[in-house]
Design a protein around this ligand. Structure first.
Ligand code: HEC
Ligand code: HEC
Ligand code: HEC
Ligand code: HEC
Ligand code: HEC
Ligand code: HEC
Ligand code: HEC
Ligand code: HEC
Length: 410
């Protein structure tokens, strides 16, 4: 009985083996690579899919027709016009003439954390509606109210907010920042059988296995501001993970005249410019990259809303174990590294809501020399009677004092 069972089992195994098709990587890779979408990746990478779902990347651009809950606020025309009227003097057209879409006209939402914008259609093209909801301050503001229907969404924003965007056909494969934005087109990889582990690895990009410069440029392909080199677009048309970003995109700078998005010292004023800041830092030179501090895949609830590996100063102290307790570091009892080294001087929805990524503190004397430059200190020292010259004087008096005898900050 036992023997018989074995024989059948062996026969079945042999039959099974012979019906398993040989790995024919040549046939699979003969056709052009295409985008397959997160739902295909999910079949084999459920944990990575779940962790991606936890991040804002998966929620960037959402289908508002399929899912009304993607719209985070009531589209109440009266309330919207009331907020717009407050801004009357700054508007390019009167507030009562601004196009306010009906909720049924909203096809897609962009964003949900700091602000939300809405995609509507006009004559077959997708545009960004001229109203914006600022989540933290709960107010409506204008957005390109005069020329909104001259700024197609695909050209201006597309590639940074959707996956597999084709500039020529004005189409996209998937909404949001999906797997293939960072891992490249996945059709070859997905088509290969699970057992072909090595072929699998050869046909997909793992950012952790690229050289540092090329790897961090994946993040830099979106967390950046500038112009495409191969098309008239705001995002790097033609770029794919693993390529050198520089040949597809030129970043903006104060030096080239962008005084709206960059301060005179080349620190960022606008949002999605973290890569531009970071490139100027010592961290960039030493290979401390976006993923040294931010996660894209870790499981569980994020400790901060910005997907950092740990909260606040702990992040810095995980590498900078001992910081000199002299000079600026001797003044404060609480040692809020982020407060001084990453001041909130950039703007997503409202001025000063997001952080600098140059990691250098801006001192009172920076502002005294050029009043158009912010400083780290006044994000806290902003009491009515606090005079910047006085703060500068006190600071300079304190930092020449001998190194204090107390414990170093750990
Ligand atoms: C049919 C199953 C399957 C599908 C579908 C699939 N993968 Fe994989 N993936 C694998 C296997 C198997 C490996 C190899 C695991 C190993 O290295 O041990 C792998 C490895 C990877 C790796 C690591 C590669 C390396 O060199 O370290 C990445 C990244 C990856 N997959 C991403 C994706 C993405 C993105 C998609 C969707 C476009 C996808 N996978 C679809 C099965 C699949
Ligand atoms: C914002 C960019 C980004 C997106 C979006 C993204 N990944 Fe990743 N993925 C990475 C990076 C970076 C790594 C390298 C490891 C790390 O830093 O966590 C990685 C690693 C992986 C690995 C290999 C992990 C290992 O250690 O072997 C797999 C598999 C993977 N991702 C699958 C996916 C799938 C599936 C999706 C979509 C559901 C996805 N990724 C979306 C950036 C991304
Ligand atoms: C070069 C890439 C790039 C381009 C082009 C771009 N964005 Fe973004 N956008 C980002 C990144 C990265 C973020 C998140 C980081 C940040 O805001 O600093 C973001 C954030 C946003 C947010 C806020 C998200 C939230 O959850 O609060 C909105 C809204 C938004 N973008 C709308 C637009 C619109 C509309 C356009 C086109 C006119 C556009 N963006 C063009 C990369 C881009
Ligand atoms: C040395 C650590 C570190 C590095 C390197 C780093 N970040 Fe950050 N990042 C932070 C911290 C800390 C915050 C603020 C966290 C908070 O608010 O709790 C932050 C915030 C952000 C935010 C949210 C908006 C804001 O500024 O508040 C984005 C987007 C971001 N980082 C993207 C990036 C990208 C892209 C890179 C690489 C070019 C990068 N970061 C490199 C530490 C880092
Ligand atoms: C295809 C474009 C794209 C790529 C590539 C990309 N990001 Fe993003 N990232 C975005 C957009 C757009 C958002 C805003 C999502 C939202 O608010 O819903 C965002 C949000 C984030 C946030 C949260 C910001 C916040 O406001 O809290 C962090 C952190 C971040 N990205 C880090 C990274 C890192 C690290 C990489 C590289 C491994 C990367 N991103 C690659 C477009 C991209
Ligand atoms: C993954 C490790 C790591 C993390 C996390 C980290 N750093 Fe660094 N940091 C480094 C390295 C490495 C250097 C370069 C050291 C050197 O040049 O001596 C550096 C350099 C610096 C410098 C010196 C800059 C200069 O121009 O001299 C400052 C300031 C700094 N980091 C601040 C921070 C702050 C603030 C945080 C938290 C938001 C942080 N770091 C998080 C590793 C890290
Ligand atoms: C009151 C603002 C302030 C705070 C808080 C602060 N720093 Fe600094 N940090 C500075 C200034 C200013 C410098 C430049 C000092 C100089 O000119 O010598 C500096 C310099 C540095 C350097 C460069 C090396 C050095 O010692 O000169 C590192 C690294 C650093 N800080 C890390 C940190 C870390 C980690 C924390 C949190 C534990 C922190 N800082 C908190 C203001 C601050
Ligand atoms: C995160 C908030 C915060 C930041 C950022 C900050 N400070 Fe302070 N500062 C405080 C607080 C609170 C005190 C009170 C002393 C304490 O608790 O350590 C203080 C005390 C001081 C003092 C001594 C008390 C006094 O007024 O005579 C000086 C000088 C000072 N700060 C200068 C600066 C300078 C210069 C910077 C920028 C490089 C700066 N601070 C950044 C919050 C901050």
């Amino acid at each position: 009985m036992k023997r018989w069972f074995h024989a059948v089992w062996i026969l079945m195994a042999i039959a099974g083996c012979s019906t398993e098709p040989p790995v024919d990587i040549k046939t699979i890779t003969a056709s052009a690579q295409t985008f397959v979408g997160a739902d295909t990746c999910k079949m084999c990478h459920l944990e990575h899919y779940d962790s991606w779902k936890m991040t804002l990347h998966s929620r960037m651009t959402q289908d508002a027709v399929e899912n009304r809950d993607a719209i985070i606020v009531d589209i109440d025309e009266t309330a919207i016009r009331k907020d717009l009227a407050i801004l009357e003097e700054k508007l390019k057209i009167p507030s009562d003439k601004i196009h306010v879409p009906a909720v049924d006209d909203i096809l897609l939402t962009i964003g949900s954390q700091w602000k939300q914008r809405y995609i509507i259609e006009k004559e077959g093209t997708l545009y960004i509606a001229p109203i914006q909801y600022n989540a933290d301050t709960h107010r409506w503001v204008n957005y390109h109210e005069a020329d909104w229907d001259k700024r197609p969404w695909i050209d201006k924003c597309g590639g940074c907010h959707a996956t597999g965007v084709d500039f020529k056909t004005k189409s996209y494969h998937e909404l949001g920042v999906s797997c293939e934005s960072c891992h490249g087109k996945g059709s070859w990889h997905a088509a290969l059988p699970k057992t072909a582990v090595f072929e699998k690895r050869q046909t997909i990009i793992n950012p952790a296995k690229l050289t540092m410069g090329v790897s961090v440029q994946i993040c830099g392909s979106c967390h950046n501001r500038g112009q495409a080199t191969q098309a008239k677009a705001g995002w790097p048309v033609g770029y794919a993970p693993g390529r050198a970003l520089g040949s597809y995109y030129t970043s903006t700078s104060y030096a080239t005249g962008d005084i709206k998005h960059v301060y005179a010292n080349e620190f960022s004023k606008g949002h999605h410019q973290q890569f531009i800041d970071w490139e100027q830092s010592k961290h960039a030179k030493e290979g401390v990259t976006c993923t040294s501090c931010h996660y894209v895949h870790q499981m569980g609830m994020p400790p901060t809303r910005s997907q950092t590996l740990s909260a606040g100063s702990k992040q810095c102290l995980s590498c900078h174990e001992i910081v000199n307790s002299n000079k600026a570091h001797s003044i404060h009892s609480f040692a809020n590294c982020v407060g001084c080294h990453m001041p909130r001087i950039a703007k997503s929805a409202e001025s000063g809501d997001i952080h600098s990524h140059v990691f250098l503190p801006l001192l009172p004397e920076d502002t005294l020399k050029n009043p158009a430059l912010p400083n780290s200190c006044q994000t806290c020292h902003q009491h009515k009677n606090e005079d910047l010259k006085e703060l500068d004087r006190k600071y300079k008096a304190l930092i020449v004092l001998p190194k204090p005898l107390g414990d170093t900050i750990r």
